[in-house]
Design a protein. Sequence first.
Length: 255
Amino acid sequence: MKNLFIIALFAIIFTGCKENDLIAFDTADSYVYFAYPNPDKRVQEKFLDSVYYSFATDENLTATEKLVKVPVNIGGLASNSDRSYFFEILPSSDYDPSLIQISDPVIPAGKNQDTLLITIKRGAELLTKEMTLILKMKPNDDFKVGHIYNQEFKLVFNDILNQPTWWNTWSRYMGPFYKEVFQKWMQIYYLGADMSPHLTDGTPGPVYYWNNMPSSINAGWYPITFMYIGVLKDYFQNNVVYPNGDTTKDRILLP
């Protein structure tokens, strides 16, 4: 898969290398393809073909289900009647079917787009197992399969809170990894809280947030990040929080 994107209010993004070039269309036919938008406008890929979601990184930490909305586009003219499109769930998928519900795949009359709704239930097994659902478009009487790089869509999901790769770089200010600190940091330093432009290429903000931390710990270069670290430190100073709620351990305090 070329791209991997993290959702929820807080979300983790991975990108790949292929462009979303269109195949040549026969105007007499209609074509269908996945069209999940890529939020990173600095890259050439217009659509993502993979999405990652974790309940553990959702702004609503008590959510019991997640609705993933996957746009499906057609190439060709709209019809005056509803048209169904087909997809298969690939055998390489690894998931519990009882945790997934998918809406009916229908392009409404007069429209050239559908939103395929995938509901993920927060099952206990997601605490220890990452699951994968892979859909692949199939041709039918109404549609051929279009958009060569977006014939498949991969959804990866879990309820696991892992230490992010940037944590060790920032441990001087964050301290040792605690899920309570990470979750509070996601709430404080969300995408949009820091409107600073990219330090090196000048890309307008928001750029930096909990899942795209600055690469160096320089308060002069990233003053807004450090301001929010101060907010994080004050929170744990003013609120008594124990690791996993275990009062036999020392309360959590930032350095």
